[in-house]
Design a protein around this ligand. Structure first.
Ligand SMILES: [Zn+2]
Length: 377
């Protein structure tokens, strides 16, 4: 009984400290003790004790003062953003991307390699070497590194020992995982779209639930319910790319016909036309009639998929992937189609475009470590 009582007291103190830390993380400007005490309804002595503990952990800075005139200047308290950081690595069929994020989600460094993801021992050693180089070049202290989140364009089993399926990366069923074997830091492996979805959920405080649809060379997705990914019974939920939108239609990477991925992957607007995405959207805004026809059909297919997702899940749908920065200009055209398809209202304004543009997946992978740290302080 004594022991459990002691634990409760310790946990209560930690929760108080955590409230103080999270207020400082969320604050856009440094705060005075009085600001914080008022915001948290906390007495000044209790607040001072919590600040002392956070200071001892190296997580806050109280060395600055306000510019107030006369008397003793109040100290300003802020989080030390780079007291910890995390790395996110996005492995895709076209490239490898690495990002470093600090505790306030600021990007400390970013690098992209034109190297397709291969799940081999050689590639795993190469990836570990690239990571070390990235840390050195960016002057990031390994002692402050929380962990390395790695995403793959496929389905990873629950205990992260097997990539079950990754058709766009040409990885068949049940491939043992190599990618993180030579990385000497905490790592986790997850589906790319799940991490992209988490990044969007973290940054949309107003959304309890959301569906994330990632349009790249492959198409994936995630369903976030109160911040947790809905995985399904076999970790295969939200594989929106393989939702059939045209029965008997084009052949998909998965071998079936008519999947969304066969109609709305980024390759439809680039490789299939022997151009880049940048060239497609430049030609589209310049009025190229062939591109306009392709685009109208593309938007019809995309709207059908987004509407189906919304009909099933009844939540906001956020589109991410390789080109949301271009898609955003066509939000009106997409919403118009959605409003016609919606059986319940004539509103299509539940569709949004991701805030991190084409970096949401690697940002989300890093953010998982940051979020875990912030919650546990
Ligand atoms: Zn498919």
């Amino acid at each position: 009984m004594v022991k459990s009582g002691t634990m409760s007291t310790i946990e209560l103190r930690r929760q108080n400290r955590n409230h103080v830390f999270r207020s400082l993380i969320d604050a856009e400007e440094p705060l005075t003790k009085q600001d914080l005490a008022a915001e948290l309804f906390m007495s000044l002595p209790t607040l001072s004790q919590n600040l002392k503990e956070l200071d001892a952990m190296g997580l806050i800075d109280a060395s600055c003062t306000t510019d107030s005139t006369g008397g003793r200047k109040p100290r300003l308290i802020s989080v030390v953003p780079d007291a910890r950081f995390a790395i996110g690595i996005e492995l895709s069929s076209g490239s490898i991307r690495m990002v470093a994020l600090d505790l306030k989600c600021n990007q400390l460094a970013f690098r992209q390699f034109s190297r397709p993801f291969e799940n081999t021992e050689h590639s795993a050693k190469e990836l570990a070497a690239r990571l070390e180089q990235f840390l050195d070049d960016s002057n990031l202290s390994r002692e402050r590194l929380l962990g390395v989140g790695i995403t793959v364009p496929g389905i990873v089993n629950a205990d992260q020992t097997v990539i079950e399926y990754a058709p766009t990366a040409r990885i068949g069923k049940m491939s043992p995982i190599w990618v993180n074997r030579y990385i000497p830091y905490p790592t986790f492996l997850d589906n790319d779209a799940t991490c992209g979805g988490f990044a969007e959920w973290w940054n949309h405080a107003e959304m309890e639930n959301l569906a994330y649809l990632s349009l790249s060379r492959g198409i994936g997705g995630a369903i976030l319910v109160n911040g947790s990914a809905y995985d399904g019974d076999h970790h295969r939920s939200a594989e929106f790319g393989h939702m059939c939108i045209h029965p008997g239609g084009r052949v998909c990477n998965c071998g079936k016909r008519g999947c969304l991925e066969a109609y709305c992957s980024a390759t439809r607007l680039s490789d299939d036309l022997h151009i880049t995405l940048e060239e497609f959207f430049a030609g589209l805004s310049a009025g190229n009639p062939a591109y306009q026809n392709t685009w109208e059909t593309y938007l019809d297919d995309l709207a059908l998929a987004v509407s189906n997702i919304h009909t099933m899940l009844d939540c906001n749908v956020i589109i991410g992937g390789a080109f949301p920065q271009y898609l955003a200009a066509y939000q009106g055209a997409l919403e118009e189609r959605l409003s016609c398809l919606n059986p319940f209202t004539d509103d299509g304004n539940y569709v949004h475009f991701c805030r991190y543009h084409d970096r949401s997946i690697c940002v989300g992978a890093a953010l998982r470590y940051i979020a875990e740290f912030i919650v546990k302080v």
